[in-house]
Write a protein that binds this ligand. Structure first.
Ligand code: GLN
Length: 200
């Protein structure tokens, strides 16, 4: 196996967990935190962790990363975005009642409603059947967003009941759940292999 370099957006949220899973797959030397435009320029794929999307959006501007990230996304940078990360990628957010919503990048053709699986105490873990990967893939939902609709170019790779929970639009992957806290690296490996970052 050879591998490109995997970046983990390291502004807020589940950064250590994603870093650990990625390192277990590609080796620690191939994983780097992304905090600056220079960091971003040096990676071949990005993991966008969950956390709090309004804060993440603000920190993205603070770090002057919004424009470089958009620019690289337009040129095919593979991104796996989980939970708040997915919210950041979304084309459209349903406005939340309290009116404080993040400014999204608008690059993944989905409409999302934040915090739609209840509060922190309503968080749950389940097993998914993931197209192209297999059954019994564990998924933790933590104050998860709900994907309300997907555009025509978006493939749904997994659902919980009717709801899409794992979607892919070419090089952009969006997950409403957290695969990085379940101890199962298969989804990260799937993303990195499909993206050509991990090569046999
Ligand atoms: N509820 C958070 C938000 O809307 C996302 C939660 C998460 O990333 N676990 O930003």
């Amino acid at each position: 196996m050879t591998s490109g370099t995997v970046g983990v957006l390291a502004l807020q949220g589940d950064v250590p967990e994603h870093t650990e899973v990625a390192a277990s797959i590609v080796g620690p030397d191939h994983v780097r935190p992304v905090r600056t435009p220079k960091d971003l320029a040096a990676v071949d794929a990005v993991l966008l962790p969950g956390g709090e999307s309004t804060t993440l959006s603000r920190l993205l501007d603070h770090a002057a990363l919004r424009e470089p990230l958009l620019e690289r996304t337009r040129h095919g940078l593979p991104i796996m975005a989980t939970c708040a990360g997915l919210i950041l990628l979304a084309r459209e957010l349903e406005p939340s009642p309290h009116g404080r919503d993040p400014q999204t990048l608008g690059v993944l053709d989905v409409k999302v409603r934040r915090n739609d699986y209840g509060r922190q105490v309503d968080s749950f873990e389940t097993k998914l059947e993931v197209e192209g990967l297999g059954k019994d893939v564990p998924a933790a939902f933590i104050r998860a967003p709900r994907i309300l609709s997907v555009g025509p170019g978006v493939r749904v790779l997994a659902r919980v009941r009717e709801d899409p929970v794992l979607v892919r639009e070419g090089h952009l992957w969006g997950l409403t759940f957290h695969p990085e806290v379940t101890g199962d690296p298969r989804l990260h490996r799937y993303f990195l292999t499909e993206s050509g970052v991990l090569r046999p």
